[in-house]
Design a protein around this ligand. Structure first.
Ligand SMILES: C[S@@+](CC[C@H](N)C(=O)[O-])C[C@H]1O[C@@H](n2cnc3c(N)ncnc32)[C@H](O)[C@@H]1O
Length: 272
């Protein structure tokens, strides 16, 4: 049986390697591990010095290098552009894709945008508003989705690809709630849609989360699963926003699959 390696140990091991030497997926993974370590230290009220040490390691890698690595992962030659799947699903479903030209392009919000020429931007179906915590292009607004107001516009669809796993656990439910508010009102015939992409292990190898748990949580936010596809690395989900978001959200964290080599990914939801 493989011994579990804690985030703390993984961070310590990677620290020995010079961060500038890390590339591609290794860099992305290390950056995520540092973010998790920072969240863990902050939650356990660890000494400020330890938190600053992790922050310095994050700075040494730099958000630019992290986003560049994410952009390269989206490169079509590497088959990494998740919006290709989104476009296929939307095109194939008449409830999401009206044949009437007056209904196009649909207004779409891309959260965590690192590229302006991925499939959702070039397919002609959508007019894309792109936001990211750290803009890497003039057509990407620098904005935290949590600070965005529905008054700035409501959307037919939202793409939230590899963002929830990047966000600290305590903000994940807030991001889902915000997405429900930034979509047009729920509709059962022609519903607004929500495209969620997660690293597959968040649902296939988490102690606290599996597909059924994820979809039940998302259902509380107004989303019903329509399409899913899981590869070894990535899980893709398209939800219909077809009922109102619950006002009393509460989901107790409980172990759904136990085992030593599992991760702790979860979406903590507190009742209001
Ligand atoms: C791994 S990258 C994902 C890039 C791309 N969407 C993809 O699927 O490859 C995660 C991005 O989400 C952004 N992000 C995380 N939290 C966010 C928030 N609250 N608001 C806007 N962007 C956020 C980060 O800045 C980062 O660029």
């Amino acid at each position: 049986m493989r011994r579990p390696v804690s985030v703390k140990d993984r961070v310590a091991k990677q620290k020995q390697a010079h961060p500038k030497g890390l590339k591609g997926n290794k860099l992305i993974r290390h950056y995520h591990n540092l973010l998790k370590e920072k969240a863990r230290l902050t939650a356990t009220q660890a000494p400020v010095q330890q938190i600053q040490d992790v922050e310095q390691q994050l700075e040494a890698i730099g958000i630019d290098a992290y986003q560049k690595a994410s952009q390269n992962g989206q490169n079509s030659q590497k088959g990494g552009d998740s919006s290709k799947i989104l476009v296929e699903w939307i095109r194939a479903d008449p409830s999401f894709y009206s044949k009437h030209p007056n209904d196009r392009p649909q207004q779409m919000l891309e959260i965590g945008s690192v590229s302006v020429d991925n499939k959702c931007s070039t397919c002609g179906l959508f007019s894309v508003t792109r936001i990211d915590l750290h803009s890497s292009h003039p057509l990407i607004q620098e904005q935290d989705v949590l600070t965005r107001s529905p008054k700035q516009g409501q959307f037919h669809g939202i793409s939230c690809s590899l963002v929830l796993n990047f966000a600290p656990p305590n903000l994940r439910a807030q991001i889902l709630w915000k997405c429900s508010q930034l979509l047009l009102p729920p509709n059962s015939t022609h519903p607004p849609w929500f495209f969620l992409v997660l690293p597959a292990p968040c649902v296939t190898n988490s102690r606290y989360m599996d597909g059924a748990t994820l979809h039940s949580i998302l259902h509380h936010f107004g989303f019903t699963l329509r399409y899913s596809s899981i590869s070894k690395k990535i899980a893709y989900y398209l939800y219909a926003y077809d009922h109102p978001c619950s006002t009393n959200l509460s989901w107790k964290k409980k172990i759904v699959h136990d085992g030593p080599s599992r991760n702790n990914f979860f979406i903590p939801c507190l009742s209001s």
